[in-house]
Design a protein around this ligand. Structure first.
Ligand SMILES: C[S@@+](CC[C@H](N)C(=O)[O-])C[C@H]1O[C@@H](n2cnc3c(N)ncnc32)[C@H](O)[C@@H]1O
Length: 273
């Protein structure tokens, strides 16, 4: 898939567009999201559904800041193996630093979901959160997850479906144009609704599904709105005037407490036959 050049595209989580210079911005975004109550609830639910136990081998794919691999490490104990993998070397370095500072036994490696550096059937459980939206080939990714899981092993996929996003206030047509400008470089923006079908097609047995409409606070959403509107104006999708009107409406909504910013995340848990 062709991608725009980095300067017009802005920060990206796509594995082909890794730019270690953007790491601070990406980590700040992940940390802010991790603090949202909706994300915390979804993660708690996901860990309960996956039910990783003492002595198991567990993998977090696209492990980002490393927090969920560290949760695995607490669950598996000294006899287990908790691993995080991410294609961004700067993200892996940060996860290692955070794990060392926390005294966690989680280990981290560079790598992609398309070629997991593990033997067939190595893991008891795998989670993968908000990664599929950045994948050009989710079918190949799911097949590779199946390869490294043992028979009976569990998988838990979580992803956003960006077409469920709600932004209020703001002219809906302007919001839609801005959102389309941002999502043009996201290969799989409706990922959340596709997770179940991908797992079924890869011959997994579906065990449960979960969802959470994650409520964003203005401080978390504003950097994203800044990026969305910058791209939309640059692409000619909205005028500078429409942008200014949108921001004025939004700021008035924030000041009055009359706002709603949300997007739904979906999760599917399944096991390998
Ligand atoms: C939105 S972040 C989510 C990070 C973490 N899972 C979380 O929920 O906080 C997406 C992550 O997926 C990683 N990623 C992108 N392409 C990947 C691939 N092909 N294989 C594995 N991870 C990938 C990125 O480097 C990034 O850390």
């Amino acid at each position: 898939m062709a991608h725009e050049d980095m300067s017009s595209r802005g920060p990206s989580f796509h594995a082909d567009q890794v730019d270690s210079g953007q790491i601070d911005m990406l980590v700040a975004l992940l940390d802010a999201q991790a603090a949202l109550p909706g994300i915390k609830r979804m993660r708690r639910w996901a860990h309960d559904a996956l039910a990783v136990g003492v002595g198991e081998r567990a993998l977090d794919i696209g492990s980002g800041t490393g927090s969920e691999a560290m949760t695995f490490a607490e669950r598996v104990g000294a006899d287990g193996d908790a691993v995080g993998i991410d294609p961004n070397p700067a993200m892996v370095a940060l996860a290692r630093r955070r794990a060392a500072a926390a005294g966690s036994a989680a280990r981290f490696a560079e790598g992609s979901v398309y070629r997991l550096p593990f033997p067939d059937g190595y893991f008891d459980a795998i989670r993968c959160e908000r990664v599929y939206q950045h994948l050009d080939d989710p079918v190949a990714a799911t097949a590779e997850i199946a390869r490294v899981l043992r028979p009976g092993g569990r998988v838990l996929l979580i992803d956003t479906d960006w077409h469920t996003a709600i932004t209020h206030p703001g002219d809906p047509s302007v919001v839609a144009a801005m959102s389309a400008s941002l999502l043009v470089s996201t290969p799989n923006p409706r990922s959340g609704r596709r997770l179940r079908g991908l797992l079924v097609a890869a011959n997994f047995v579906i065990d449960d599904m979960g969802s959470e409409a994650v409520i964003w606070e203005p401080a978390t959403a504003l950097p994203l709105f800044g990026e969305m509107s910058r791209r939309a104006v640059e692409a000619g999708a909205i005028t500078a005037e429409q942008h200014d009107r949108f921001r004025a409406d939004l700021d008035a909504g924030f000041a009055a407490g009359d706002y709603h910013l949300s997007v739904t995340m979906f999760a599917v848990s399944a096991h390998k036959r």
